[in-house]
Design a protein around this ligand. Structure first.
Ligand code: DHE
Length: 558
C-alpha cells in the first residue's frame, strides 16, 4: 500500500526545524504517515468538518493554527513550538474526541474512533493546497436550468411568499421552504454540501443559497412550485452570498464570498453567470502577507450601490461599489483580524461586524466610508446579524452574544442623540451560558432571545435566554426549547440554534439541531406568551439550522 509522508525534509525527520520570523526553533518529532486512501478520506473530513474554523492552509482563525511546525510568538517576544507535531498523536486525539472549552465541539458522536485517530495523524502532515477556481472553471460549472424568458411573468402559486422561511437542512445539503402561515413544507430543494445561508433578492422573488462546497443556487419563488433555476460553483469552500439592493440595481447582481480560493465573485442576478472575480489575497492589518484571506460576511447597502465585504484573516473591510463593475472601486478599511459575522444598525448606515478572535466589534460608517470604531468586548463575539432595539436608558443599541462568554453585549449606535453611548458597551446582560451563536429581536417585539448551541453542557445547549427589553433589570427566563419539541432521546445533543422571527414579528422559530439520523424539529414560540405555538416535525427535516424569513431577510429586519 502506498504511503504518504508528511512532506518534511530528510533533515527534519529526526529533528524538526521550524522557521518563524527569521528565527529557528528545534524540537524532536516523528514522521506521521497515512495510506493514500486514509489520507484522501481524512482530507475530506478535514474539509467538511475542520477547514471552516482552522482554514484550508491551517493557519487558524476561529480555530487554532494547525500547521505541523507552527511556532507561537508569546507576548514577551519569546517563541515556542506549538504545532500539531509538538502536540502529538495522543493529545490531538483527545482534543478531537472531547472538544475544547474554546467552542470546538466534541467529535466522538460525529466521527468513529478510527477516523479520529487518522485525523490526528493527518493534521500532523503538511496540508495539501487545493487548486484555484477562476473564470473558466466557474463558467464550466454554470447551469442555467430555467432561462429567464421561460420563467413566469407573475407569481404562479398562492403562497404568502413574504412569510416563507428558507430553512437550511445542513447535513442533507438541502433547503426546505416552509410556509410561515400554515407551517407546512412547500418544497425541499438540493442546495450544495452543508448549505450555509440564504439571502433574498431586492424584489423578494429570488432566494440565493450558498453551500459550503461553493455551490450557489438560485430559487425562483414565483414558479408554481418554487425551484432552483440556476446554479454555479463559486469555489471549493464558501459561506456568504448577497445581492444588489440599491434602487435601479434590484435583482441585477449577486455576490458570493469564498473561503477557498480566497476571492469574491459577482454574478448576473437572474442567471448566476459569473461576471467578475476579485482575489482577496493581500497583507493583513499587521502588514504581513496572508495566502488565505477568506471572505466572511457580506451585506448590501440600501442607500448606495455598495456591498460591505469582510475579509476574515486580514481584518480588512471592503466597500465595493458595484455601479461599474468593469472599473470596480473598492474602499479598503482597516479594522481587526478574524472578521466573521455582523449586521446593520437600525438606521442601516452603520455596519457592525465581529472580529471574533480579536474580541472586538468593528463599526463601519458606510455614509462616510470609514471605520467609526473598534469596540472591545468579552471573548469571541458572534452576533449572526445581531439584534437592534431601543434601550430604555441608552437609546438605540445593537446586541451580540458570544461564543466565549455568557453575556449579551449591548453597543450604543446613535452618535447623534446618544453621543456618550455611541460605539461603547453600554451594558452586558447575563445569558444562560457561553457557546452562543445568535441573538434576535424584532421591531414589533419586546423580547431579546439568545441561544447557546455550542455550550458543552447539554441543558445549556438545549435552552435559550429571553429578556424583556422594556425592563432589562427583570431576571430573564431560561427556556429549554428542546424539551418542548418532545423528540425523546437522541444520540447527539439536541442543540437549539438560530431564532428567526416571522414577518409579523409575533412568532420566533428555533431549530432543534440533532444528529443526521436523529429526528429533528423547528419549535415555533409565541413571542408574547413565550409559550410553544407549534412544533414542526417531519422526517424530511434533516438537521435544520439557519432559517431565513423572506420579508425580514429581504429588508434586513433584525
Ligand atoms: Fe456559520 C453565518 C461562517 C459554522 C450557521 N457563518 C455565517 C457567516 C459566516 C459563517 C462567514 C456570515 C455570512 C453572511 O452574513 O454573509 N460558520 C462559518 C464558519 O466558518 C463556521 C465557524 C465553521 C464552518 O465550518 O462553517 C460556521 N455556522 C456554522 C455552523 O456550524 C452553524 C451553526 C450551523 C450550520 O448550518 O452550518 C452555522 N452561520 C450559520 C447561520 C448563519 C451563519 C444560521 C446566518 C446567521 C444570520 O442570521 O444571518
Amino acid at each position: 500500500m502506498s504511503k504518504i509522508r508528511s512532506g518534511l525534509s530528510a533533515l527534519s525527520l529526526a529533528v524538526g526545524l521550524a522557521l518563524a520570523g527569521g528565527s529557528s526553533v528545534l524540537y524532536a518529532e516523528g514522521e506521521p504517515t497515512l495510506s493514500k486512501e486514509d489520507f484522501e478520506k481524512s482530507k475530506n473530513i478535514y474539509f467538511e468538518r475542520c477547514a471552516g474554523c482552522h482554514g484550508v492552509l491551517r493557519k487558524g482563525a476561529t480555530g487554532k493554527n494547525l500547521e505541523p511546525s507552527y511556532v507561537k510568538k508569546n507576548k514577551d517576544g519569546t517563541e515556542e513550538p506549538a504545532g500539531t507535531l509538538k502536540l502529538g498523536q495522543e493529545r490531538l486525539e483527545k482534543i478531537i474526541t472531547l472538544g475544547t472549552e474554546g467552542g470546538m465541539v466534541n467529535y466522538d458522536d460525529i466521527l468513529s474512533k478510527d477516523e479520529i485517530s487518522k485525523m490526528a495523524t493527518y493534521i500532523q502532515m503538511q496540508p495539501p493546497v487545493p487548486p484555484e477556481w477562476g473564470m473558466k472553471d466557474q463558467l464550466g460549472s454554470h447551469k442555467l436550468i430555467v432561462p429567464p424568458d421561460q420563467r413566469p411573468k407573475k407569481q404562479m402559486n398562492n403562497i404568502n411568499l413574504s412569510n416563507v422561511f428558507s430553512v437550511t437542512l445542513r447535513d442533507s445539503g438541502e433547503v426546505a421552504l416552509i410556509d410561515g402561515d400554515t407551517k407546512k413544507i412547500v418544497t425541499i430543494v438540493k442546495a450544495g454540501y452543508a448549505v450555509h445561508i440564504s439571502r433574498l433578492s431586492a424584489s423578494g422573488r429570488y432566494i440565493y443559497t450558498i453551500g459550503r462546497d461553493g455551490l450557489v443556487s438560485l430559487i425562483d419563488l414565483w414558479m408554481e412550485t418554487p425551484q432552483v433555476v440556476a446554479t454555479v460553483k463559486s469555489g471549493m469552500d464558501a459561506r456568504s452570498v448577497d445581492t444588489s439592493k440599491f434602487k435601479g440595481f434590484e435583482d441585477k447582481y449577486a455576490v458570493v464570498g469564498s473561503y477557498w480560493p480566497p476571492q469574491y465573485t459577482i454574478y448576473e442576478g437572474d442567471t448566476l453567470k459569473p461576471l467578475k472575480i476579485v482575489s482577496t489575497r493581500s497583507m493583513t492589518v499587521d502588514g504581513e502577507y496572508h495566502p488565505e484571506p477568506r471572505v466572511a460576511s457580506i451585506v448590501s447597502s440600501p442607500f448606495k450601490p455598495e456591498w460591505v465585504i469582510n475579509i476574515k484573516e486580514t481584518g480588512l473591510i471592503k466597500l465595493v461599489d458595484y455601479s461599474d463593475i468593469k472599473n470596480l472601486k473598492e474602499v479598503t478599511i482597516e479594522s481587526a483580524k478574524f472578521l466573521h459575522d455582523g449586521g446593520w444598525d437600525a438606521s442601516k448606515r452603520y455596519f457592525l461586524v465581529a472580529a471574533n478572535m480579536s474580541n472586538k466589534v468593528a463599526v463601519v460608517d458606510t455614509k462616510e466610508g470609514k471605520l467609526a470604531a473598534l469596540v472591545d468586548t468579552k471573548a469571541k463575539p458572534h452576533p449572526g446579524r445581531g439584534a437592534n432595539f431601543v434601550h430604555p436608558k441608552y437609546g438605540p443599541v445593537w446586541a451580540t452574544s458570544h461564543l466565549g462568554a455568557d453575556v449579551i453585549t449591548l453597543i450604543g449606535t446613535d452618535p447623534e442623540k446618544h453621543k456618550d453611548q455611541a460605539w461603547k458597551v453600554v451594558e452586558e446582560l447575563k445569558g444562560h451560558g457561553s457557546g452562543s451563536l445568535f441573538v434576535k429581536t424584532h421591531p414589533k417585539s419586546s423580547n431579546l432571545w439568545m441561544d447557546a448551541p455550542l455550550n458543552p453542557e447539554k441543558e445549556i445547549a438545549e435552552s435559550v435566554t429571553v429578556y424583556d427589553i422594556k425592563d432589562l433589570s427583570k431576571a430573564p427566563e431560561v427556556l429549554n426549547i428542546a424539551k418542548l419539541a418532545e423528540l425523546g432521546t437522541t444520540k447527539g445533543t439536541q442543540r437549539v440554534v438560530h431564532g428567526e422571527y416571522n414577518k409579523a414579528g409575533d412568532e420566533i422559530w428555533f431549530s432543534v439541531w440533532t444528529g443526521k439520523t436523529d429526528p429533528a424539529a423547528i419549535v415555533v414560540m409565541d413571542d408574547k406568551t413565550r409559550k410553544v405555538k407549534t412544533v414542526i416535525k417531519d422526517p424530511k427535516l434533516v438537521t435544520p439550522t439557519g432559517k431565513f424569513n423572506v420579508y425580514n431577510t429581504q429588508h434586513d429586519i433584525y
